[in-house]
Write a protein that binds this ligand. Structure first.
Ligand SMILES: *[C@@H]1O[C@H](CO)[C@@H](O)[C@H](O)[C@H]1NC(C)=O
Length: 176
């Protein structure tokens, strides 16, 4: 699941437009397009478990909905922290300093996205956009809260971080 949080960025423009409609965040600063995702060295993920039944789904919204269903990280309208931690403990085991960062990111993002959507979910291709938005946001939150020793500080990276701090749900471009 961490894999989906970390790697899905870049596929979600359609859903972003939905949440970002008319606000300050919809003006993407040009520096952001040039900043690279490896400003924050991504966590190493444990390999394996790739045989899960979600892997074959093409539609990104359905793929992430499937992952959320399978992992049961959202239950009764809130994040199930025990299920979430169980997942991250395994998947982020090669890079455990990311575990608390990723935990906080998911919780913050779930709250943020449900508030933005005012609890009315939207479907694309028959699937909820919520899991995709939470994943996208989680990715930017991990970036924003990157451990200092994994952060490459320079003007582009720092301004990308400042923008994403303000605008946590956004299609962050991948230039590498
Ligand atoms: C996820 O679970 C919901 C509720 O049980 C179900 O309606 C939906 O089809 C499931 N989504 C996927 C992609 O399996």
């Amino acid at each position: 699941m961490a894999r989906h949080f970390i790697l899905c960025i870049g596929y979600l423009l359609a859903s972003m437009v939905y949440v970002l409609a008319q606000n300050e965040c919809s003006k993407i600063p040009p520096e952001l397009e040039k900043a690279s995702k490896d400003c924050c060295q991504p966590p190493k993920l444990k390999e394996g478990n790739a045989q899960n039944k979600c892997a074959k789904i093409d539609n990104i919204f359905c793929l992430l909905e499937c992952v959320f269903n399978e992992t049961q990280i959202i239950q009764n309208g809130q994040v199930n922290t025990a299920n979430l931690k169980a997942r991250f403990d395994v998947e982020l085991q090669p890079d455990p300093e990311y575990i608390p960062i990723a935990m906080n990111a998911v919780q913050t993002c779930y709250t943020f996205v449900t508030q933005k959507m005012k609890n009315k979910d939207e479907k694309v291709g028959g699937c909820s956009v919520l899991p995709s938005l939470v994943s996208e946001c989680t990715d930017t939150q991990i970036f924003v809260n990157c451990p200092a020793n994994k952060w490459k500080s320079n003007q582009l990276c720092d301004s990308a971080k400042a923008y994403l701090k303000k605008c946590p749900v956004l299609n962050f471009p991948m230039n590498n």
